[in-house]
Ligand binder design. Structure first.
Ligand code: ADP
Ligand code: MG
Length: 317
């Protein structure tokens, strides 16, 4: 049995001028203990999808099972296994962090020590501060405390690090990694490819309310048929044709001392070996791999959005 099994979900919103199809035949499956990323640009339908999985928004069509249970007809049972942090979550602003954590803990028969979780999420100093007085990032962390306090088997986290500074972001990623160690299933909604590449076992890419692809992060990049690039500098001119027949090499571009080799497979190793054999001294050698951003661009023709960082793996050859 899959921890999350959503089939053919559809949802339209009625607006003053016509309707918006927010989710158009989306299916999602997360195995037990899996961290499934739901990645896509703003407006892709990510939030609407997980709201339907969490049972807070009724689908127009399709079915949802969480741990085999229907979130609409078996609400009470689902609440015992599912923890949810939603973008639009409403919390009682007049309660303090501590009060909220203990209140939510009281909803569950078993669970974590609320004070410990508050500490884990770095909210010790805000313990007695009212929710409404917290910064956006602190409110975000409170929402995560409340999603986890019942020790759920399945957790939905929607944009969990939005508004957090880089240090807090890394702390929260650590929390998700601990969930993975405990075998908790996580649906992780994000538009940050770095977050998804780091945390997720599998990723469902959404665009315009539809699933564009579903695979491991590495599989998505490989499946998009994207090249690797090896860059290096040479002091002396590279003799023409030297790298042309090296396995994996598709192209060689020489710009003065800079050489850029595009290709596939074990490109870095093959190129390095060929250079050593030819007695060429290469410096500043770098391997650039395509990222999920590149994969998304290749699949949809559009960039994913907000996160401009392009991960570059630097490896000495
Ligand atoms: P994402 O989380 O990927 O940014 P959403 O699920 O929030 O996407 O939104 C998908 C589409 O549905 C967008 O076009 C958005 O404007 C629209 N939408 C979302 N919520 C509502 C709502 N409550 N009423 C009307 N339209 C909505
Ligand atoms: Mg959203």
């Amino acid at each position: 049995m899959s921890a999350v099994d959503a089939r053919n979900l559809t949802k339209s919103y009625r607006r003053k001028h016509g309707t918006t199809v927010a989710v158009d035949d989306v299916s999602l499956v997360a195995a037990e203990g899996e961290i499934l990323g739901i990645l896509g640009p703003n407006g892709a339908g990510k939030t609407t999808t997980v709201e339907m999985v969490a049972g807070v928004r009724r689908p127009d069509g399709g079915s949802v099972r969480v741990a085999g249970l229907d979130p609409f007809t078996e609400r009470a049972a689902v609440r015992r296994v599912l923890g949810v942090q939603l973008q639009s979550g409403y919390l009682h602003g007049a309660l303090t962090v501590r009060e909220l954590a203990h209140l939510y803990r009281s909803f569950y028969g078993a669970g974590h020590d609320p004070d410990d979780l508050v500490t884990t999420l770095g909210l010790d100093e805000q313990r007695d501060v009212r929710y409404e007085k917290l910064s956006g990032g602190q409110q975000q962390r409170v929402a995560i405390v409340l999603a986890l306090v019942g020790d759920p088997r399945v957790v939905v986290l929607d944009e969990l690090t939005t508004g957090l500074d880089p240090q807090a972001r890394r702390q929260v990623w650590g929390v998700v990694e601990r969930l993975r160690d405990d075998g908790v299933t996580v649906l992780l909604v994000s538009h940050l490819m770095e977050e998804v590449e780091r945390l997720c076992d599998r990723v469902t890419l959404l665009d315009g309310g539809r699933v564009v692809a579903h695979d491991t992060p590495a599989g998505l990049v490989a499946g998009a048929g994207l090249d690797q690039r090896v860059r290096f500098r040479v002091a002396a001119r590279l003799s023409p044709g030297l790298l042309d027949r090296v396995p994996g090499v598709d192209g060689v571009e020489v710009r003065g001392e800079q050489v850029v080799v595009t290709g596939h497979g074990e490109l870095l190793q093959e190129v390095s070996t060929a250079l050593v054999r030819a007695g060429v001294v290469a410096t500043e050698t770098r391997l650039e791999r395509a990222t999920l951003d590149d994969a998304f661009l290749a699949l949809t023709g559009r960039p994913l959005g907000d996160d401009p960082t392009r991960a570059t793996t630097e490896e000495a050859a």
